[in-house]
Design a binder for this molecule. Structure first.
Ligand code: 5GP
Length: 192
């Protein structure tokens, strides 16, 4: 049996990775399993613990770091986020493809641990569009909007390091572009 493929979905902050992630996870041809991250960020009303994230407090997160049980972790907008190692390793070992969604700084450490992971960077069609999107999403928290915009600009600077850059002018189009690359990768690995 072949080890599953690890697909990393990253991109500028608030670029709309969520809709692309949903389309990829619902695509039966890709058979992707979602890697659920651990975070110290408070749960939003529409989120479910153990499905969207594992919501933990600072001491639990610190323990996971100490135990080296995270593949990578980062601080983003005042909260910690990390990818639990065990679920990714388990899914891969039973031949399942895994989707990991991380902000841009998380990609390097994952690629170091899993060099054959396939990384996608989702770019906005323009910085103006992204700014509009961030201001709409974080209308009631200007400081948060500014931090996200600054982070998005920094992330876009490292985008050329990714082998696959996808423009998100339409999530369905982005889904199909990513799908095509993953299907090729799956076919290549079957041949080895
Ligand atoms: P949000 O708070 O909006 O759910 O996520 C904020 C950012 O953290 C997003 O860009 C998301 O992709 C990223 N993120 C979520 N989980 C992880 C993780 O485990 N590691 C890293 N490095 N980033 C993550």
């Amino acid at each position: 049996m072949h080890k599953g493929i690890v697909v990393i979905l990253s991109g500028a902050s608030s670029v709309g990775k969520g809709a692309i992630r949903k389309a990829l996870l619902e695509d039966p041809d890709l058979d992707l399993f979602y890697s659920i991250s651990m975070t110290t960020r408070p749960k939003r009303d529409d989120e479910v613990d153990g499905k969207d994230y594992y919501f933990v407090d600072h001491s639990e997160f610190a323990q996971a770091v100490k135990d080296k049980s995270l593949l990578e972790y980062t601080e983003f907008n005042g909260y910690y986020y990390g990818t639990p190692k065990e679920q990714v390793n388990f899914l891969r070992s039973v031949g399942k493809n895994v989707l990991i969604e991380v902000e841009a700084q998380g990609v390097g450490p994952i690629k170091l641990n899993i060099p054959d992971a396939v990384a996608f960077f989702v770019m906005p069609t323009s910085l103006e569009e992204l700014e509009k999107q961030i201001n709409t999403l974080y209308n009631d928290d200007k400081a948060s909007a500014q931090r996200r915009l600054n982070k998005a600009k920094m992330d876009m600077e490292i985008a050329p390091l990714f082998n696959n850059i996808v423009y998100n002018d339409d999530p369905e189009k982005a889904h199909m572009t990513i799908k095509e690359i993953i299907l090729k990768e799956m076919a290549n690995r079957k041949e080895v």
